[in-house]
Write a protein that binds this ligand. Structure first.
Ligand code: ACO
Length: 324
C-alpha cells in the first residue's frame, strides 16, 4: 500500500524575540498574567521578513533534511491566512524562490490554525491516488501583521513562524495513517480577521480595520471541545487507544487548552510536545514548527505513533495520525 511518508522537516522563526516583559510596556498586561493564563513567555516577530520568505527558509531545510532536490517536488501546498498578496499564492512565490520545476501545481489553502493539517490531508490524498510522488507542505503565518498592538486580549497570544515537511510516496506501514478535517462556519464570529475584499466596506460604508478579532472564552471552549473530539476520531478510526500514542503534537495556542486535551485523553505530560512558551501561537506554522523541533530533539523514533491535532478560525479543526 502506498502511503505519504514524512521524509524531512524544517522550520524557521524570525530573529526578533518579543518577551512578555517588553509587552508590559506596550499594553496594560503583566508577565505573570500572560504566563499563568497561556504559558507563553516570548514570541518571534518578523521585521522585514515576508510570509513567502520564511516559508522558503523552512522549505529549504525540509528539502535538505529529506535529501530531496527542488526538481523532484511535484506539488506545493502552503497553508496560510497571512499571504504576501491576495494573489499570486504564497506557494507560487515559494516555487519561484526555490527554483522548483515549471508546471508543478502550487496553491495556498486557508484554514487558519488548522491549515497545516488541512494541507497534509490534501497532500496525502494526492499521494495515495498516485497523482504526486513528492510533495512540499508548508504551514506559515505572520500574525504580527494582523494583530492590533493596542488590544491586550489578543496581542499577547501570537507570534510569527513557519514549518515545512517533504512527503514521499512509499510502500509500507510507515507514513500518514489517517487525516480528518472539519469546519463549522456558524462559529466564524468567535475568531476572524476582517481584512477582506468582498466585504471591505461595512454597512455604513466605512472600511473595517484588518485586525484579528477574538472572543477568547468562546474560542477556548470550542478548542477543547473540537480538539478532544478530533483526537478520539483519529484513535477510533485506526483502532488505536491513547496508550498507543508515543507523542501528541497539538496546535500551540494555550497551555491550558493543551492540558485539558491531555486530561481528556489521559496522557502523561511527557507524551505532549509543547514549545509555545518560546513562540506563542504561530497559527499554521505551529504544528510543523513543533514537529521539526521534536525531530531535532530526538523525540520521535521509527514506528512511533504520532498524533497531531489542531483547531482554528472558521471554525476549523483537524487531526492526523502518523506512523513515524
Ligand atoms: N493582560 C492582563 N489582563 C488581561 C489580558 C492581558 N493580556 N487580556 C485580558 N485580560 C483581562 C480581561 O480584560 C479580563 O478582565 P476583567 O475580568 O476585568 O474583564 C480578565 O483578564 C480575564 O479575561 P478572560 O478573557 O476571562 O481570561 P481567560 O482566562 O479566558 O484567558 C485567553 C484569556 C488567554 C485569551 C483565553 O481565553 C484563551 O486562550 N482563549 C483561546 C485563544 C486562542 O487559542 N486563540 C487562537 C485560536 S487559533 C487561530 O485560528 C488563530
Amino acid at each position: 500500500m502506498i502511503r505519504a511518508r514524512i521524509e524531512g522537516t524544517g522550520s524557521y522563526v524570525p530573529q526578533r524575540v518579543l518577551t512578555n516583559q517588553e509587552l508590559e510596556g506596550i499594553v496594560d498586561t503583566s508577565d505573570d498574567w500572560i504566563t499563568t493564563r497561556t504559558g507563553i513567555r516570548e514570541r518571534r516577530i518578523a521585521d522585514k521578513d515576508t510570509t513567502s520568505g520564511i516559508a522558503t527558509k523552512a522549505a529549504k531545510m525540509a528539502l535538505k533534511d529529506a535529501s530531496v532536490s527542488p526538481n523532484e517536488i511535484d506539488l506545493i501546498i502552503v497553508a496560510t491566512v497571512t499571504p504576501d498578496m491576495f494573489f499570486p499564492s504564497t506557494a507560487c512565490f515559494v516555487q519561484s524562490n526555490l527554483g522548483i520545476k515549471k508546471g508543478v501545481p502550487a496553491f495556498d489553502i486557508s484554514a487558519a490554525c488548522s491549515g497545516f493539517l488541512y494541507a497534509l490531508d490534501i497532500a496525502d490524498r494526492y499521494v495515495r491516488s498516485g497523482a504526486s510522488k513528492k510533495v512540499l507542505v508548508i504551514g506559515v503565518d505572520l500574525f504580527s501583521r494582523i494583530i492590533d498592538w493596542k488590544d491586550r486580549n489578543t496581542c499577547v497570544l501570537f507570534g510569527d513562524g513557519a514549518g515545512a515537511v517533504v512527503l514521499s510516496a512509499k510502500k509500507g506501514k510507515r507514513g500518514i495513517l489517517s487525516t480528518h478535517i472539519h469546519s463549522d462556519g456558524d462559529y466564524w464570529k468567535i475568531l476572524y480577521a476582517p481584512s477582506g475584499i468582498s466585504q471591505k466596506q461595512s454597512a455604513k460604508g466605512s472600511i473595517e480595520h484588518p485586525y484579528l478579532k477574538m472572543q477568547g472564552n468562546e474560542t477556548f471552549k470550542a478548542a477543547v471541545r473540537t480538539m478532544g473530539k478530533a483526537c478520539m476520531e483519529a484513535l477510533r478510526y485506526n483502532g488505536a487507544s491513547a496508550e498507543d500514542i508515543a507523542l501528541l503534537i497539538p496546535h500551540q495556542a494555550n497551555q491550558r487548552i493543551i492540558k485539558a486535551i491531555q486530561e481528556r485523553l489521559g496522557l502523561p505530560e511527557d507524551k505532549i510536545y509543547t514549545n509555545l512558551e518560546r513562540y506563542g501561537n504561530t497559527s499554521a506554522g505551529s504544528i510543523p514548527l513543533a514537529l521539526d523541533e521534536a525531530v531535532r530533539n530526538g523525540r520521535l523514533r521509527r514506528n512511533d505513533l504520532i498524533l497531531f491535532v489542531a483547531f482554528g478560525g472558521g471554525l476549523t479543526w483537524a487531526s492526523a495520525l502518523v506512523r513515524w
